[in-house]
Design a protein around this ligand. Sequence first.
Ligand code: 1OR
Length: 297
Amino acid sequence: DPGANAFIEEEDEDDTSSANAIPTFPKTPEQIERIRFAIKDNFLFKNLDEEQEMDVLTAMREVNIPAKDIIIQQGDAGDYFYIVERGELEVFVKKDGQSLDLAAGDSETLGKRVVVYHEGASFGELALMHNAPRAASIVSTTPCTLWALDRVSFRTILLDHTSRKRRQYEAFLAAVPILSSLKPSERAKIADVLESRTFEAGQDVIRHGDMGDEFFLIESGSAAAIKPIDGRETVVKQMGKGDYFGELALLNRQTRAATVRATEKLRVAALGEQAFTRLLGPAKDIMARTAGERYGL
Ligand code: 1OR
């Protein structure tokens, strides 16, 4: 009985079971619309049912901060996840022995500036997801309006969905050859951010010459890599379950070197560029090293 199983799985979460710990901050319909807009493209909020989405919306509190406020300090324990409604913030990462370029905006105390966040961005999920210290510092450059979701609500409402996704991808990722050098915990982080997409035979996943910001693993089905050779579309590679594509544009910051087209019903797991850079580690190095041989470059 799958229903009974699902029930047991719901129960095995650690600190995520007390639903009545979720706070409620009443909001106007207009505020709700603004939050909806801010989260609509965010992977953490994908596939929530209506009730879960309403729980998230009511649990968020509005936080107004002035410019030059340190909202997250690297190394601290995680308390809130944030969505940017208005304003601009900078992300700094401090590592031992790093070289700083103060003229380029790095900070002597906070480290290297790695990203700038604008309206619709979100941050502070890592410490809450992985029970880890804050991995970066975040500072407002202008006055900001943020929506903050507390740790318990974040884990209760969003991670339950995430842990399901982990289980769903665990076996698949373990069997993907290019990921075999990663630890299970590293594959789990990848599972958290993968997005499944399906294509019918004949549909293109990526097109030659386009800009690329995603990497793909084939979950099922098959696809062909196609290049224009002497003005004719030519199949240069066939791919099936466990194969990957889309890495070249990300590794080399080039446009797509080939079109990849489904040759039968195809299911792929897509990984965004930031996650690709942050999570693929040694697998990325292997891809870079073997690209020449793999594509006859
Ligand atoms: P957190 O809970 O650790 C800091 O709190 C947040 O900064 C973190 O979640 C992310 O949401 C956000 N490395 C780590 N954290 C980052 C990074 C980052 N960028 C944004 N955050 N980068 C790696 C730098 C070596 C930058 C990747 C582009």
